[in-house]
Design a binder for this molecule. Structure first.
Ligand SMILES: N[C@@H](CCC(=O)N[C@@H](CS)C(=O)NCC(=O)O)C(=O)O
Length: 364
């Protein structure tokens, strides 16, 4: 697929950062185009959603959703693959990617929009970058952004005095888990990044390492993680000569898999249950903490559906081994608790290409 991709996004955006990290590593040429009102309405027409990033291919097709976009790009640019060829590693890498990018979204938004100095800085960055053409005083635009982001992604995503410490705990635990790993090797599975690294990169690169409050914590508590995100941003696959990956699933992934089993998958199940029941909001207890009125996300029902499908697509002879490892971290039962999640997110099998129908909650 020769030619340059156009990546529409923002320089502070979680998922745009994830995609850019991947494109830079794979050395896939792209041009970054900052979002503005005109681009957003063009993209809504082309893709049916205004989420970022969106990618325009040299042949004029548009794509959204970074996980399926990466799958598509992996087929167009197969070498070197970021999905390990060993099937159980490939599956676990997908599971960790999904967890990292979806479950760390809430603490990433919380640290950015709940703390005043972060919210003041980031609202200025956003307004200056993507809203310069809106004819309102900067002060008003910045206030509007802070209100929208905090209302939608913090208060509107279950962060209250009841859940505050638990939300922050998910960040602090992540730092400790990753610090232990990156103290001994450059990437999660060894000498080269995989999809799992890019899953963590979304929150860690664009939010936690750069937003003032979370970054202050990271630099002191997890300097190897701080180093890893800069290393990944600057990594180029052509510079890594014959990198080796560890075999199997490393023991030090254990605490991450435990978290997937005790927090993320139970949440995905309740979200899928609510989706099936037609509930637009749901209340769920995670690790003893009650999250109230979470928006039900169609996209995340699809995440569960995809994870189940990836497991079923494993060669039959390795499934018992994968199952045993999932069971030992409490992941097996919640992975299949909801039979047929039936997200209807991609009924026409078009993802990541434009034209799909998106129900309420289009971003997630
Ligand atoms: N599943 C999507 C999620 C994209 C997404 O949620 N992007 C955020 C910005 S990082 C967004 O556009 N949110 C919509 C909004 O804030 O209105 C992906 O992987 O690209």
């Amino acid at each position: 697929m020769p030619g340059t991709l156009k990546v529409y996004g923002a320089s502070i955006s979680y998922y745009t950062g994830k995609l850019e990290g991947y494109l830079r590593y794979k050395e896939i040429p792209y041009e970054f185009v900052p979002f503005n009102r005109k681009i957003m309405s063009m993209l809504s027409r082309q893709t049916g959603t205004s989420q970022m990033p969106a990618v325009e291919l040299p042949d004029g097709r548009f794509m959204t959703d970074t996980t399926p976009m990466i799958d598509f790009l992996e087929s167009a640019y197969p070498e070197p693959s970021v999905i390990p060829p060993e099937p159980v590693q490939g599956f676990m890498t997908r599971l960790v990617e999904d967890y990292a990018e979806e479950w760390l979204w809430r603490p990433a938004m919380h640290y950015r929009w709940s703390y005043r100095k972060d919210a003041l800085l980031l609202s200025r960055k956003i307004v200056d970058e993507i809203m310069p053409d809106i004819p309102l005083p900067g002060l008003v635009k910045r206030w509007m952004i802070r209100r929208r982001q905090h209302g939608g992604w913090v208060r509107g995503d279950g962060v209250t005095s009841e859940t505050w410490d638990h939300v922050e705990g998910s960040y602090l635990k992540t730092l400790d888990q990753l610090e232990a790993i990156f103290a001994s090797r450059p990437y999660l599975l060894g000498e080269a990044p995989t999809l799992a690294d890019f899953g963590f990169f979304a929150s860690i690169f664009r939010h936690f390492s750069q937003d003032p409050t979370a970054s202050d914590i990271m630099r002191v508590r997890a300097p190897h993680v701080f180093e890893w995100q800069a290393r990944l941003w600057n990594e180029r696959s052509s510079r890594l000569s014959s990198p080796t990956l560890l075999s199997g699933i490393p023991e030090d992934w254990g605490p991450i898999l435990d978290e997937i089993g005790s927090a993320y998958l139970p949440y995905l199940c309740d979200n899928a249950r609510a989706w099936k029941a037609g509930e637009k909001q749901h209340t769920v207890e995670i690790q003893g903490v009650t999250y109230r009125k979470l928006p039900t996300s169609q996209y995340r029902v699809w995440c569960l559906e995809r994870l189940q499908a990836h497991f079923r697509n494993l060669p039959k002879e390795v499934q018992p081994q994968a199952r045993a490892r999932l069971e030992s971290h409490g992941c097996w039962e919640p992975l299949f608790r909801i039979q047929k999640p039936d997200s209807r997110y991609d009924e026409e099998h078009q993802v990541p290409f434009r034209g799909r129908k998106v129900h309420y909650q289009n971003a997630h």
